[in-house]
Design a protein around this ligand. Structure first.
Ligand code: SAH
Length: 450
């Protein structure tokens, strides 16, 4: 097989990144956007020893699961790489990810529920972080083409709250009007790197973060004054990111208009959210995810509860009024400040959050002799560490509720807990990110009967 060759392929599977999978002359071929059951004419893009990449030239037999995507760019950029698949099949795809991982781990007996659908299939994101670049001498917002840093200009971000798209476009036009340069990443020059816009569905408040190369720029006062006129904008922040890096946000935030946070609500608990704090992005699905996790925790009024990887305390503060005490930890200091402020804001006096790495704080607490009843963990994609798991077990909880955004590390960690006398019999996938391959899942470990 050679680059640029045209081959006819039968697609038999979907990879975990949602690429169509075919086999040809002993090679595994990944075909962008192709679906199982389809026969396609494809052009070979890249050939490696055991696998190759190809793109569709023509669909000879189309899958009944295919839907027409309004804008090719959504799939091209990876912004919505499942957008060409019917929603119920997306849900099935996500459930299959978990089933396959369990199968590989010899855990076929574990039950996997149907994926809980998101109430909104599009426009569900309460936050957008979009790159800003010059394209043909004009400042554009958009998204990077998959596996590249070529900006594809966009004004409809599809998975984002349309109110946020409206603000993104308005800010783009203001930046153009005052001739503010976009960031040039090759020379680490220019000014605006990203726009980060967050909107609270509960209060309607909107925060605009201008991620900039410099702490200040000549047009800033005028630009800020105009952005502040956009309806519902209650906070404008300049995030200073001077480095040549792919990391989106810099360390320091400066308020240029209004508040240093916005306020949102999950259930009947209010949350203030600072620029650097993590907040679940699917506003309508989050309470359903938490309710599922909390129901499974079967909390009692005398319980001591840990909220690990707490962000701004959303899980712990949602249960604090029903238990004896909540303790949590989180590595981002502003998020911890938010968590403690959020306890106060809601009249909660039995919850306390500290700054630190979960894998360091948990062993410290265990060594101090802390005993727990229920531990909630909600780590980033890389999952937990063995140090955390050992320490968690040492505090002798009845249950550990594991919320994960990466079932691969979740299954790995669940097995480590199993080796230490905890067992689980179910994983429930929840769709927090429709149109994308991301899978969220919940599992509950219980102390095995001796
Ligand atoms: N439970 C929260 C946040 C989940 S996201 C919610 O549902 O909103 C995961 C959080 O873990 C992020 O806030 C991230 O900053 C934090 N984090 C990442 N690595 C960490 C570590 N090693 N120790 C503690 N917190 C960490």
């Amino acid at each position: 097989m050679q680059k640029n060759q045209i081959v006819e392929l039968e697609i038999t599977d979907l990879s975990y990144e949602a690429m169509g999978v075919a086999h040809y002359e002993g090679l595994t071929i990944f075909v962008n956007n192709a679906l199982p059951g389809e026969i396609v004419k494809a052009k070979v893009l890249k050939v490696k020893k055991k696998f190759a990449f190809a793109k569709i030239e023509e669909i000879i037999k189309e899958s009944p699961d295919r839907v027409k995507v309004k804008l090719n760019q959504w799939v091209q950029t990876g912004l919505a790489s499942l957008a060409h698949i019917k929603y119920d099949k997306q849900l099935e795809f996500k459930r299959n990810q978990v089933v396959n991982l369990l199968h590989k781990a010899d855990l076929d007996q574990i039950k996997v529920d149907q994926t809980l659908p998101s109430p909104e299939e599009t426009g569900y994101r309460n936050k957008a972080q979009v790159p800003v670049r010059m394209v043909n001498d004009q400042l554009e917002i958009g998204f990077f083409r998959r596996h590249s840093h070529d900006l594809v200009p966009l004004t409809n971000f599809f998975t984002t709250d349309p109110e946020i798209d409206r603000v993104l476009i308005a800010v783009r036009d203001i930046l153009r009007k005052y001739k503010v340069p976009a960031y040039d990443e090759i020379h680490n020059k220019g000014e605006v790197r990203y726009l980060d816009v967050r909107r609270s569905k509960a209060s309607g408040e909107i925060m605009v973060i201008l991620v900039c190369l410099h702490r200040d720029f000549p047009q800033l006062p005028k630009v800020a004054a105009e952005i502040s006129q956009i309806p519902d904008v209650t906070s404008i922040i300049l995030n200073h990111n001077p480095k040549k890096t792919n990391v989106i946000l810099g360390k320091n935030d400066y308020v240029v208009f209004g508040e240093d946070h916005i306020t949102d609500k999950i259930g009947d608990v209010k949350f203030r959210i600072s620029p650097q704090s993590f907040f679940q992005i699917n506003s309508l699905q989050t309470p359903r995810l938490y309710n599922l996790a909390i129901e499974k925790a079967d909390l009692k009024p005398e319980d001591v509860v840990i909220d690990a990887y707490s962000g701004i305390g959303t899980i712990g503060l949602s249960v604090a009024k029903h238990v004896k005490a909540v303790r949590g930890m989180e590595v981002i200091k502003p998020a911890v400040d938010d968590a403690n402020a959020n306890a106060k804001l809601n009249g909660i006096t039995n919850a306390e959050y500290v700054v630190g790495k979960a894998e360091e704080v948990m062993p410290r607490w265990a060594n101090e002799g802390l005993k727990t009843d229920v531990i909630f963990v909600d780590p980033p994609r890389k999952g937990l560490t063995p140090e955390f798991i050992d320490a968690a077990v040492k505090t002798n909880p009845k249950k550990i509720v594991y919320i994960s955004c990466n079932p691969a590390t979740q299954v790995r960690d669940l097995q480590l807990f199993r080796e230490q006398g905890y067992d689980f019999n179910e994983i429930d996938p929840v769709d927090m990110f429709p149109q994308t391959p991301h899978v969220e899942s919940v599992a509950v470990l219980e102390k095995a009967e001796k």
